[in-house]
Design a protein around this ligand. Sequence first.
Ligand SMILES: [Fe+2]
Ligand SMILES: [Fe+2]
Length: 430
Amino acid sequence: MNDLLNKTAESPKTNGGSKIVHAFGALADLGAEVANRSNFRDTIRTSLHLLLGSLGIMRGGVARYSRFEGELSLAAVRGLGDEFPLAISLTREDERAFLECGTRALEVADARDLTLLSLSGWILEAKDIELIVPLVVHDELLGMLFIGEKASGERYTTHDKDVICAMGRHIGVAISQRNLLTELERKADETRKLYDEMRTTYNDTVRAFAAAIDSKDKYTEGHSTRVGKYTEIIARELAWAEDEIEGASVAGYLHDVGKLTVERKIINAPYKIDAKESKELNRHPAVGYEILMPIHHPYADVPLAAKYHHERLDGRGYPDGLYDREIPYIAKIVNLADSFDAMTTDRPYKRRRSAPDVVEDLRRNSGLQFAPEITSALLRGLLRETSGDSKNRRFRKLLGRDYMETENLTPLLRKTLDEIGTTQAITLSV
Ligand SMILES: [Fe+2]
Ligand SMILES: [Fe+2]
């Protein structure tokens, strides 16, 4: 291989100014082509054509090298015919030899000691390949140029080889950039997968927590889970973005997490609890906030939803008696989802209320307890299912078929939506 190095390391000699200008022009074109990275295959193909065209070369090819596969694979060819192999194996010794060479033009005739030549020399000979140029960037073999004979039939001069190598370096850089981009994309893909896995784990944990909260309350089994689902439906009806909807549902699932610290006998009291017990129970929003606050949630409003889900627009809620605009929006949504579930499920001494009764309650309290546009969103979701507009069965699964098929529910929902639409302006504000 040292012979090879000596033969290719001659000092460049130019054959006149016009040749240099021509070479510079071709190099500039190639540089511009490489800088345009929109389509790698086109870049390599155009680069090869520029290289061959600038020196009047009949045929040639550009191959990329994969160290992992130990293979050179053709990325662009011109005039090599179908029988030229698409992939050529490369031994580690050859790789080392090429790295030693760097980007230099090697005469095929002088490189017989390479395994590449002993294995694939026949096809290079058959196609009149005269030069092979390893593409080395930052001590890494990235590919190879196969250069056929010149149209004029002349031998390659040192100047020609220098031009070919300079252009080869540009092509090498293009391949290097492409490899870097592929690696970045692979890493981004890996990160995305990791993030998705973490998100699934987080959401599973949230659901497990909701189930744990619900297991403490034997009368309202599944309450947190349902509130999570209603919150999600409302956020979707409000046309929130997908990640915001996911965040809203988490806030719903965890809104009562503070109940984990409330005594089971108070939560399950089969009688109307007294003032002292009520005070204890009413601590759960603040406790929930304390529990959720130190956790890093992907959705920032989760602790706020727990803290303020019993506030009302008219300031008669708890724990802080906030008014309309002081209440975080997510807490208003969870408040409606929470109340809707309380009204539509059986309690110890109270059967669930009929659908028309619930709709009437929502209408009456819209602007007092509930934000009108949020109430409208919930009713719209219901209407979408009762009217058959949506094939989705979200409410039906949560409330049961009979409940959703209550007589005249669809016209009632339409009428109520109209009425709430006109009462939006009465929303209290501070
Ligand atoms: Fe609550
Ligand atoms: Fe609740």
